[in-house]
Design a protein around this ligand. Structure first.
Ligand code: SF4
Ligand code: SF4
Length: 319
């Protein structure tokens, strides 16, 4: 936007949810990051900022453009320069009043506004609690983040196979991750979690495309798409190591038409690794499977050979 002379940065608060769901593995529930609760924040925040644009246009602006977490704009850095807060060691923008549970949005305008002072201080002090709290080791004291290891990236933006080494660390996260925020003292006490943020893993794995759109199409979760969301549910079911997950995983292995989902279902069964899970895997022939599923089956067999799982090489039809 060549005419832009000022950027107005806004922060829209949301409620964080409790730190841990200790018995998720027995109840087979997943977790969704708190910001995804309710209508898609892209739409909600954008509508608010467009109202503000209307005021600006009435007050002399000739051009205004809204950005909410889409498009090539570094909103977090603009927020720091606009004086809203500092970069925490979790690499989120931290504000003195609201911590980091904020959604950022920007208005570019041709108005020449008097700029606020950038936020110069850093208020993490000696705290580094978020760094060891990260399940995948994505944070270091830079403060920097290896986005490729971040569960938010893995569960939302990554469209393909989740790296094997990171799957066990993803716990029951289905969409995003709040661990480095809920540990942060600047975020205060968490509120009670909505059921929306703790869905049944079995139900998520079993959603068809239409059901996914009906349940999540108007929320931020839609970005993960049905195949990514179901893939994440398979990983979480494997991480539960709960034998009750074997039947729904077997069902998905037989009937889910998406190879990406079925590939992660194979891994999940191998991770549970009890007698029934092994029997289910033993019935599948890698030679007649599509590549991602076949690769996971061979990996499971290789794991068995190393003694980390009891799967024997293919014995189709065995019971
Ligand atoms: S969102 Fe989760 S995975 Fe990503 S850096 Fe924070 S704690 Fe680590
Ligand atoms: S947990 Fe501590 S180090 Fe991490 S962002 Fe919060 S205050 Fe900073």
């Amino acid at each position: 936007m060549p005419a832009a002379r000022s950027v107005i940065v806004c922060a829209y608060p949301y409620a964080l949810t409790p730190v841990r769901d200790a018995d998720w593995a027995s109840r087979l529930t997943g977790r969704i990051a708190a910001y995804a609760l309710g209508a898609d924040y892209h739409d909600v925040v954008k509508a608010r900022l467009q109202q503000l644009c209307e005021h600006l246009l009435r007050d002399g602006a000739r051009a205004c453009r809204v950005h909410v977490d889409a498009g090539p704009l570094l909103e977090k850095e603009l927020a720091r320069r606009a004086g809203l807060g500092w970069y925490g060691h979790n690499t989120n923008l931290l504000t003195p009043k609201r911590g980091s549970a904020l959604l950022l949005g920007c208005i570019l305008t041709d108005l020449e506004l008097v700029p606020d002072s950038p936020f110069g201080d850093e208020h993490c002090g000696t705290c580094r609690a978020c760094i060891p709290a990260c399940p995948t080791g994505a944070l270091d004291s830079g403060p920097t983040i290896d986005a490729r290891r971040c569960i938010s990236y893995l569960t939302i933006e990554l469209r393909g196979i989740v790296p094997h080494s990171l799957r066990p660390k993803m716990g029951n996260w289905l969409f995003g991750c709040d661990d480095c925020q809920t540990i942060c003292p600047w975020n205060g006490d968490a509120t009670d979690a909505s059921a929306f943020l703790r869905p049944s893993l079995v139900e998520v794995l079993g959603l068809c495309e239409e059901e996914f759109v009906a349940s999540y199409g108007a929320t931020a979760v839609a970005r993960a798409r049905r195949r990514g969301f179901a893939r994440n549910a398979a990983v979480a079911l494997g991480n539960s190591r709960n034998p009750d997950a074997v039947d729904p995983l077997e069902e998905a292995l037989r009937h889910d038409r998406d190879p990406l989902v079925r590939a992660h279902v194979v891994w999940a069964l191998g991770r549970i690794g009890d007698r029934r899970a092994v029997r289910v895997l033993s019935r599948v022939d890698p030679d007649v499977e599509v590549p991602p599923v076949a690769a996971e089956l061979r990996a499971a067999v290789a794991a068995a050979a190393r003694g980390s799982c009891e799967i024997s090489p293919h014995s189709a039809g065995s019971s």
